[in-house]
Design a protein around this ligand. Sequence first.
Ligand code: HEC
Length: 254
Amino acid sequence: MDSAKDNPLKRFSSFWLGLIIFASFGLLSLLLGLCFKKPINNAYDEHNANRRQEIRTEVDAAHAGARKAAVKSFEKVGATLLAATVGAVEKPEFILPGSAMAKEKAAAGNTGIEVPADFPKVAADAPVDPAMMDEGKVLYSTCLACHGPDANGVLNLGPPLAGSEWVAGPVENLIAIQLRGMFGPIEVKGTTYTPVAPMAPLAFQTDDQIAAVLTYVRNSFGNKASPVTAEQVKAMRGEVGKPMLNPTQLLPLK
Ligand code: HEC
């Protein structure tokens, strides 16, 4: 019974000794931790915060610059407008047939298609200029939305131009339609078309452009008719400003 192993008292005290050493290590590390505590410093957070600040400064500066530039340009436009003298502006006419304004115009004078006595004639078999056809083909893009890429018409928007008796008919009608627009039921190839919206006047086109697009339409999509000249369009410019045509006002087909 001399071995310490067998001494229950020694075994008991070494247990406590171990526990005390363990606890003091814990305490020591806690103390060290408290004494040398440094704030946790995340380099990424700091970098990002700095960058945010930089960007904000740049954006604020840019906004201030843009505001200044906008105010300057407003001042410039305002000054130009104030200095400008009001000139005569040609008002585009958009008078629907049957409207009060159309009736007023009708009471004031003739709203039918007036063809000047010296309207230039073109022979039915006059040659068609290929350059004019090329230009007309490009200009047809104006008509395409309502009359269709193949000129077979678009439901409710525009009647067909392919095979239309009006297209092959008197050029005076075609020029007048371009200059005044048209609204109301129209019969084309035996079918009555009632458009939901008018064909707007396209008088902004030059004489050459109207001549080219009409020549193109009269000689494409299976149509065959005499070319239209710029002189013919020029002769009809008196139609501009009259109320929109009603199809009943078109000159009769021969
Ligand atoms: C905003 C749509 C629209 C555009 C764009 C338009 N038209 Fe029309 N066009 C119409 C409508 C709608 C009618 C029928 C008007 C009516 O019934 O009174 C018509 C009728 C016509 C007619 C007589 C009817 C027929 O089918 O033969 C001709 C010719 C014509 N347009 C040529 C042209 C040409 C050429 C252009 C381009 C330069 C053009 N149109 C652009 C809507 C349009």
